[in-house]
Design a protein around this ligand. Structure first.
Ligand SMILES: [Zn+2]
Length: 455
């Protein structure tokens, strides 16, 4: 065998087992109690072996409010390897009048030849004037079964109407696809921002105050109602409130085909950060919330109401955030996160809140792979799966500092947070791509992974 990982503790959704893993030709070919040494062997005694992490929500080199997120597909996916992430799912960017197919081709051109890890794409749909319904079957067949729409951003002209959302749900359902929703009510939001602006309330605190919980709730409930009627599958990105968890619980009880995601920032950080002198650096949408919301989100994870934790990775350098200084609606929204996803979720979830490592693996690998049609190639430690693995040291402690991280930004919202548990070795298709601070891989080795429609 090309590579054998010996004496590790395998963590899968269902089980924790002592097993050796044999890898050949980039695939896991054997999982057994003992496998003889291979061409190369790694001793993983006292380490956890996790499936490679899938960050189902990233925005590399994405334009936001006149600037571009500071990680491109090269720097962002290199940093990802240090965090145990072996697959990202990023988004296409549709220009006005552009067909969905053209938007996909343009995004593939940005990523191919530069990515360090494998990637898939969600198809972002922002121009409802084009004949998007006609394109859907072909796009799903080409390996992109998920379509993302915004219920916010009416003034920017990219908000989905109720009619378009219903038609999109019906069309994707027919071909096994899924619709992703950014659930903030564009109607309420634009009005609240306008009102605050007229009163001169433009400091970062008002970013959160103009996006109160009911702005998210109204959109979440409306999306669930429409999905219940249209019969399609719905994936709600970056949920941040208790009200959303309650709404998803209600929707699932009704039998709506519903999947919910939250992000580490909503599980760990507090909206009080907007009051500090560097409040603008924490501006992201939806905004950070309070303790009651965080408790509800963790509870939702434990109940299986929230099935995925992605990052919404959309980093900016401090100087880029400064461009909107003291005017919250001019500040580009977004936070870095792809590199810290696994260590923060292990430390805050498993160590501090008693989540099982098995549930962690569901949230960060198995569920995103299943929902977005990458399973069993990705998200699993099974014979025949891609050999995407993380060798994880559950005992090592680390203090998070932006200048020690590898994402292309000088800011981390988790600065100074001590975490327990860090990835030591990351393997993608049998190749060691990160090893204790070293990056042996080359850009461009990552591949586009076509997803299978599974809904
Ligand atoms: Zn996003």
């Amino acid at each position: 065998m090309d590579l054998v990982i010996k004496n590790g503790t395998l963590v899968t959704p269902g089980q924790t087992l002592q097993r050796d893993i044999g890898i050949e030709g980039g695939k896991i070919v054997k999982v057994a109690q003992t496998i003889p040494a291979g061409a190369r062997s790694i001793d993983a005694s006292n380490k956890l072996i996790l499936p490679g992490i899938i960050d189902a929500h990233t925005h590399m080199e994405t334009p936001v409010k006149g600037v571009t997120s500071s990680d491109d597909f090269s720097t962002g996916t290199r940093a990802a390897t240090a965090g145990g992430v072996t697959t990202i799912i990023d988004f296409t960017i549709q220009a006005r009048g552009q067909s969905l197919r053209e938007a996909i081709e343009a995004r593939r051109k940005q990523a191919d030849g530069r990515v360090y890890i494998d990637y898939a794409l969600h198809c972002n749909l922002t121009d409802f004037q084009v004949n998007y319904l006609e394109e859907i079957p072909e796009i799903i067949a080409s390996g992109i079964p998920s379509f993302k729409v915004f219920m916010a951003y009416r003034n920017e002209g990219i908000m989905v109407s109720n009619e378009d959302l219903k038609m999109l749900l019906e069309a994707t359902a027919k071909y096994g696809g899924i619709v992703q929703i950014h659930a903030e009510s564009g109607f309420l939001l634009d009005y609240l921002v306008e009102e605050a602006s007229q009163k001169g309330n433009t400091s970062p605190v008002f970013h959160a105050k103009t996006r109160p919980n009911y702005v998210e709730e109204e959109a979440v409930v409306r999306a669930i109602s429409l999905a219940g009627e249209a019969g399609g599958s719905l994936y709600l990105v970056h949920l941040s409130t208790k009200e959303s968890v309650d709404a998803v619980r209600w929707g699932k009880k009704r039998g709506v085909k519903l999947f919910a995601e939250t992000c580490p920032q909503y599980l760990v950080l507090d909206k009080a950060l907007y009051e500090g002198s560097d409040g603008r650096y924490y501006i992201t949408s939806p905004p950070l919330r309070g303790a009651k919301d965080r408790e509800a989100l963790w509870q939702g994870i434990k109940e299986g109401i929230i099935g995925v934790v992605g990052t919404d990775h959309c980093p900016f350098a401090r100087t880029q955030k400064d461009s909107g200084k003291d005017i919250f609606f001019k500040t580009p929204n977004g936070l870095p996160g792809v590199e810290t996803l696994l260590p923060i979720m292990y430390s805050e979830g498993v160590v501090k809140r008693g989540l099982s490592p098995n549930l962690l693996v569901e949230l960060l690998a198995y569920n995103p792979a299943r929902i977005f049609g990458l399973y069993p190639r990705k998200g699993a430690i099974e014979e025949g799966s891609d050999a995407d693995l993380v060798i994880f040291n559950p005992e090592r402690e680390l203090k998070i500092q932006a200048n020690e991280l590898h994402m292309n930004t000088d800011f981390s919202p988790y600065e100074g947070l001590t975490i327990k548990g860090v990835p030591e070795i990351t393997i993608s298709r049998g190749e060691i791509i990160y090893e204790r601070g070293n990056f042996p891989a080359s850009p461009g080795r990552g591949k586009f992974i076509p997803a299978t429609p599974t809904h």
